[in-house]
Ligand binder design. Structure first.
Ligand code: C2E
Ligand code: MG
Ligand code: MG
Length: 672
């Protein structure tokens, strides 16, 4: 700054000019200083602002990570952003779970002062946006943030009028993404016209990423949770979830005895056949289609009843596994509703499924069990429904059976028998009886069939018809069958030694389906033969057609392995099942056992058709190199007839009833 000398004040005009000059200088300097200060201050402010923004990001990220769910994280983020920016209204749209091209409002929003904005807020909460439509729809489509400076003149902004009415002028919106998928769009509105702030949008994008992680994590846990409780094939609740629902229903019933609870058990008819003959993929397709149909029919029925204003029970459909579907029906007071559900389900399965252009018929059988008495358990109800389902199958498929007193009685007898059978095994009460198989032409005994007996009490000998099914169902047959095989082989070995002078007798041994299909069966047969030292060619294993029909490939495989051991195979009870002569050649059988029902009427004048069939079977067997044993041969007339038609062997009361091992030996002694 210049210095004033007294000599300068000589001329007053000079002085005035000087003052003006100085003032100008002062003003210039002041301006320069404020500018400098301004620059410094703005720098500081920017720094402050960016610090605040980083803090905001950290706050939201931390809270989002700690949030219990997506909703909580989004709510917090919206409130924080509004508070931080001072923007008037913040709101979120979520991508619809089933249609990812649609945004819906989950009612998550924030406004510090919502009153004057209510029309705009209400409209925002009611709208949905398709991809590309409106502000959120565009974000969904482009995955990019959008800033609108002037809402009054913005294109493709659907809420323009109501925004104007509420005095909102600017907006920005940004996506929340999981990988490349937009899962939510957040939008914010301000009263002022605000210019786009690129740095700020960058910050919002980062917040979007943080929130996306929360949603991704929640989805993952939800999926884990869902997977643990649902069947992966059909997406229906699984056994665990089903049991949980039944347990809750039963608890309600304990508190309110009028609260009806029923369990329905559906098993597809012939599913095993579909699976085995058409392959597992087709089987899976049928299961998926079945699950969908059942779910649809239950939903339709519920909707129809609701429309009619009727009370309708609560229904949960589940897949327990395999071809077993279950339903728990609760909160009904009339059992008719339960029957209506069951019938609707059967109806839904009446039409065939179309899989790969194949029409596949797979109806179902249904068992029903009601929780009548207090203290009913989940397992108890399921077991009852399962028992009733078997009854429905036995009555001829496509039926509904209810677990009632009769079934209850039968079930408890069954349980009793099962326990008795276990005891019988322990106490060694099983015995083998032997029935001779005789060469019709010569009358000589060629072998025996081993037949199981249960010496229940000293004076009570129980035939297998009374217990073999239960043994099969419970799996006890595997243990019993192993004993039979061993015992029969030992008897054979004994007789071969004792009657070494004669042609070795053969031994026919019945093998049940379960036993036959049991892993390790072939090895067991091999070991037994080796340990008893018999010639495997003298053993003939008898199986029924059911085994082959249910599982053709597996059956052929096992039979082939058995044949490789040198053992022979017989088809038991030929003519009682689906008996398809055409398929016989696929299986490596040595012998056909012609069922007793064919033999019964032989030689009666009225049985021309039966005789014709037997002749046809004998002819076919001979072309296929199969020997035939006629079962249930009771009369001399039958014997003569069979012999005349070329049947080689016979077995029946005409020769001998099944007898004990000692008596069988006596038969061999006498034959000498
Ligand atoms: P199956 O293998 O067809 O045995 C023939 C059945 O017919 C035997 O009944 C026998 O006693 C009976 N039978 C024989 N000749 C005549 C006759 O002239 N007239 C009449 N009415 N019946 C005759 P059983 O011993 O009661 O056995 C019934 C079924 O139980 C057997 O039919 C077989 O399927 C099964 N079974 C018997 N023992 C065993 C075994 O050790 N294991 C397995 N898995 N099943 C067995
Ligand atoms: Mg047999
Ligand atoms: Mg038989």
């Amino acid at each position: 700054m210049g210095v004033l000398n007294p000599s300068d004040f000589v001329n007053s005009t000079d002085v005035d000019e000087e003052i003006v000059r100085l003032r100008r200088r002062l003003a210039r300097e002041r301006t320069a200083r404020t500018t400098a200060e301004g620059i410094a201050e703005r720098g500081l402010r920017a720094l402050y602002l960016s610090q605040q923004r980083i803090e905001l990001l950290h706050r939201i990220a931390a809270k989002a990570n700690a949030a219990a769910d997506t909703r909580e994280a989004l709510s917090y983020a919206i409130a924080e952003i509004c508070t931080h920016t001072g923007w008037a209204f913040g709101h979120v749209y979520l991508a619809d779970e089933t249609n990812r091209d649609l945004l819906v409002a989950p009612q998550i929003w924030f406004s510090a002062n919502p009153e004057p904005l209510m029309p705009f807020i209400t409209e925002s909460l009611e709208l949905q946006f398709a991809r590309g439509v409106g502000l959120p729809g565009r974000v969904l489509d482009t995955l990019m943030p959008i800033w609108l400076v002037d809402l009054g003149n913005a294109d493709n902004f659907l809420r323009r009028d109501v925004a104007r009415q509420c005095g909102l002028h600017s907006a920005f919106a940004f996506p929340v993404c999981v990988q490349d998928e937009v899962v939510a769009v957040m939008e914010f509105f301000a009263r002022e016209n605000l210019a786009e702030d690129a740095q700020f949008l960058e910050l919002m994008a980062q917040i979007g990423v943080q929130l996306g992680r929360v949603i991704e994590r929640e989805r993952f846990t939800a999926k884990l949770y869902f997977d643990a409780l649902h069947d992966s094939l059909t997406g229906l609740p699984n056994r665990a979830l089903f049991a949980e629902r039944v347990a809750i229903a039963l608890e309600r019933r304990e508190r309110r005895p009028e609260y009806g609870v029923a369990v329905l058990f559906l098993d597809l008819d012939g599913f095993k056949f579909i699976n085995d003959s058409l392959g597992h993929q087709v089987g899976d397709d049928v299961l998926v289609a079945t699950g969908r149909r059942l779910a649809d029919v239950l939903a339709t029925q519920a909707a129809a009843q609701a429309a009619a204003g009727a009370d309708w029970p609560m229904i949960t459909l589940a897949r327990l596994g395999g071809d077993e579907f279950t339903v728990v029906i609760e909160d009904f007071d009339d059992e008719a509703a339960v029957h209506a559900v069951a019938n609707a389900m059967l109806g839904a399965l009446a039409e065939p499924h179309l899989v790969d252009g194949n029409e596949i018929h797979s109806g179902g059988s249904i068992g029903l069990a009601f929780a009548h008495k207090p203290g009913a358990t989940v397992q108890g109800l399921l077991r009852k429904a399962d028992t009733a389902m078997y009854e429905a199958k036995a009555r001829g498929r496509g039926q509904v059976a209810v677990f009632d007193k009769v079934l209850q009685q039968r079930a408890s007898t069954r349980l009793q028998t099962e326990n008795d059978l276990r005891g019988a095994l322990r106490r060694e009460e099983f015995q083998l009886y032997y029935q001779p198989i005789v060469e019709l032409k010569t009358g000589t005994i060629s072998g025996f069939e081993a037949l199981l007996r249960w010496q229940r009490r000293p004076d009570e000998l129980v035939a297998p018809g009374h217990f073999i099914d239960i043994a099969e169902e419970t799996g006890l047959i595997v243990t019993i069958g192993s004993w039979v095989l061993r015992e029969a082989c030992e008897a054979t070995a004994r007789w071969h030694r004792r009657f070494a002078h004669r042609k070795p007798v053969t031994m026919s041994i019945n093998v049940s389906p379960r036993q036959f299909l049991q892993p390790g069966f072939v090895e067991f047969v091999e070991t037994t033969i080796r340990e008893t030292g018999i010639d495997p060619a003298t053993i003939s294993l008898e199986i029924t057609e059911g085994i082959a029909i249910a599982n053709p490939d597996r059956a052929v495989h096992i039979m082939t392995e058995l044949r490789a051991l040198g053992v022979k195979m017989s088809l038991d009870d030929f003519g009682t099942g689906y008996s398809s002569l055409g398929h016989l050649h696929r299986y490596p059988f040595n012998t056909l056992k012609l069922d007793r029902s064919f033999v019964l009427g032989l030689g009666e004048g009225s049985d021309r058709i039966g005789t014709g069939i037997v002749q046809a079977v004998l002819d076919l067997a001979s072309t296929m190199n199969l020997s035939v044993i006629a079962e249930g041969l009771e009369t001399n007339r039958q014997r003569r007839h069979l012999r005349g038609m070329g049947c080689e062997f016979g077995q029946g009361y005409f020769y001998s009833k099944p007898v004990s091992a000692e008596s069988a030996e006596l038969l061999l002694v006498n034959a000498r």
